[in-house]
Write a new protein. Structure first.
Length: 201
């Protein structure tokens, strides 16, 4: 029996409680979508309290529908599992008008059900970001955070998950850029970050 639970992709969990708990990453809107209820029931039985999944404009552009995301979010909430969407425009690594319009529309739609938003995925990997740059990612992070908080003022922002054993050096560059923002930004610019400690080939 195929399972789409990606148990190796443990994510920063129950951010709402600011405490460590068990989360899972899963492509719930894609493979085996017809088994969604069974997969979420398995998550609940396994003790997962949050689920990381993607909000990608590429997927939305296929038919302009939010139907699958609506069902994923609703079933997670009913099961008592916190939705943790990753807002990612892969393969485009820029915060253009179309991407930010998508972010605003999506945040408005789920503002009563989702409070924690992760911005991008593996932005230190050229599989998800062309010409990797911490400064360019910070620009996208800032604009995307602003777009989300136009609709959800108390939204919690999570840095995109970093991939590979060189993630620490990437984080050091991010922290350098955050120093630039300290004079004008409130302390809750972001609350946490996620790491994916496997090697990038």
């Amino acid at each position: 029996m195929r399972r789409i639970l990606l148990l190796g992709g443990l994510c920063a969990a129950s951010v709402a409680a600011y405490a460590m708990s068990l989360g899972v990453g899963a492509h719930l809107t894609r493979a085996d979508f017809d088994r969604l209820s069974d997969e979420i029931a398995l998550m609940k039985r396994s003790g997962f309290t949050s689920c990381r999944f993607g909000f990608c404009p590429r997927d939305h552009a296929k038919d302009g529908s939010y139907d699958r995301w609506d069902r994923v979010v609703d079933e997670l909430v009913v099961a008592g599992i916190e939705p943790l969407p990753v807002v990612c425009g892969w393969p485009y690594d820029r915060a253009d008008k179309a991407f930010l319009d998508f972010v605003r529309t999506t945040a408005k739609r789920y503002r009563d059900k989702i409070k924690t938003w992760e911005i991008w995925n593996e932005e230190n990997s050229d599989q998800f970001w062309q010409d990797v740059s911490a400064r360019d990612y910070l620009d996208l992070l800032t604009k995307t955070r602003t777009a989300i908080r136009e609709e959800i003022q108390d939204a919690r922002i999570v840095l995109g998950g970093l991939a590979g054993v060189d993630a620490c050096s990437m984080m050091n560059r991010f922290y350098e850029h955050f120093e630039i923002l300290k004079m004008n930004e409130k302390p809750n610019f972001f609350v946490t970050h996620t790491d994916m400690p496997y090697k990038i080939e």
